[in-house]
Write a protein that binds this ligand. Structure first.
Ligand SMILES: NC(=O)c1ccc[n+]([C@@H]2O[C@H](COP(=O)([O-])OP(=O)(O)OC[C@H]3O[C@@H](n4cnc5c(N)ncnc54)[C@H](OP(=O)(O)O)[C@@H]3O)[C@@H](O)[C@H]2O)c1
Length: 254
């Protein structure tokens, strides 16, 4: 049985809570949140606390709070020599206070409190200062996911950077698409099969092989027309930048 205490109850830790609660080999001893949180049904037996001095004993403490707050929060913990991990892709392991044994338990996925996710295919990127702690994180990760990988802080920073491109930026492009349609009173639903196929395509093709469109074809007339249709100057700049990049990549001049 692995005893876990969750520190913070935002997007990531609430998702981890749901996943870990389903494992018979994990016992969630407490959930700490600086503001009181109502206990989630059917888990009324798990103590949710808002008093940091009441945090008790566990095998691993998982901090799931914004990156900027991790360092000072870990310093404010009153216990010592315990295994304390954070769940960040971008923060190094050593942002954690050295008064505890440090580690990382980074689930590489996008989490929102309103949406439950299945952890089984989510890569859990782990790191720890010593091999015993790494083993414990490995065991904990394997209880919820079939993909647990050891990754250093340096490599994780790059992984996180790549994740920002393929998730956050792509999602922002969805927003731009949605805005363009909104102006014409067209529903975003029209684009959903295209979005789904774009994501599913890269299961069998490389991103390079999957690329299509006017920029790759160097279809100048369509590109000019699109630039003319774009009223928003930032969207126009993005369109030009992407088109230029794709032209360079596929060897055709604009
Ligand atoms: N969201 C994602 O998709 C995702 C994916 C992978 C990894 N991560 C990483 O996971 C970590 C948590 O992300 P998240 O999206 O779950 O964050 P989040 O939802 O914004 O976290 C909110 C939680 O942090 C607490 N909190 C905020 N500032 C605090 C402070 N100064 N001291 C103590 N507690 C504080 C909040 O407490 P109150 O309720 O009291 O305000 C709340 O429990 C981050 O390191 C992030 O980089 C996020």
């Amino acid at each position: 049985m692995i005893k876990v205490i969750l520190l913070g109850f935002g997007n990531v830790n609430s998702s981890l809570f749901n996943a870990l609660c389903r494992s018979k080999e994990v016992s969630i001893i407490q959930v700490f949140n600086r503001n009181y949180i109502k206990v989630i049904s059917p888990y009324e037996s798990i103590p949710f606390i808002d008093d940091i001095s009441k945090i008790t004993d566990a095998d691993v403490y998982i901090i799931g709070i914004p990156d900027d707050a991790i360092s000072s929060f870990s310093e404010s913990l009153s216990f010592k020599n315990k295994l304390v991990v954070h769940t960040s892709g971008g923060a190094a392991m050593n942002v954690l206070s050295s008064k505890n044994r440090r580690g990382v338990f980074y689930p590489l996925q996008t989490f929102s409190k309103q949406r439950e996710v299945d952890f089984i295919n989510i890569p859990i990127c782990i790191e720890a200062e010593n091999s015993k702690d790494l083993e414990l994180l490995q065991s904990l990760g394997k209880l919820i996911s079939k993909n647990v990988v050891e990754i250093s802080s340096e490599k994780r920073a790059k992984l996180h950077l790549a994740a920002v491109f393929v998730n956050n930026f792509v999602n922002h492009l969805y927003e731009i698409g949605s805005d363009i349609l909104k102006d014409e009173n067209l529903p975003f639903e029209l684009l959903k099969p295209l979005i789904a196929e774009t994501a599913s395509k890269i299961e069998s093709l490389s991103p390079e092989e999957a690329q299509t469109g006017p920029a790759k074809r160097n279809d100048k007339k369509t590109i000019e027309k699109h630039l003319h249709l774009l009223a928003n100057s930032t969207h126009k700049k993005l369109y030009e930048l992407f088109t230029e990049q794709l032209n360079q990549k596929y060897g055709k001049k604009l």
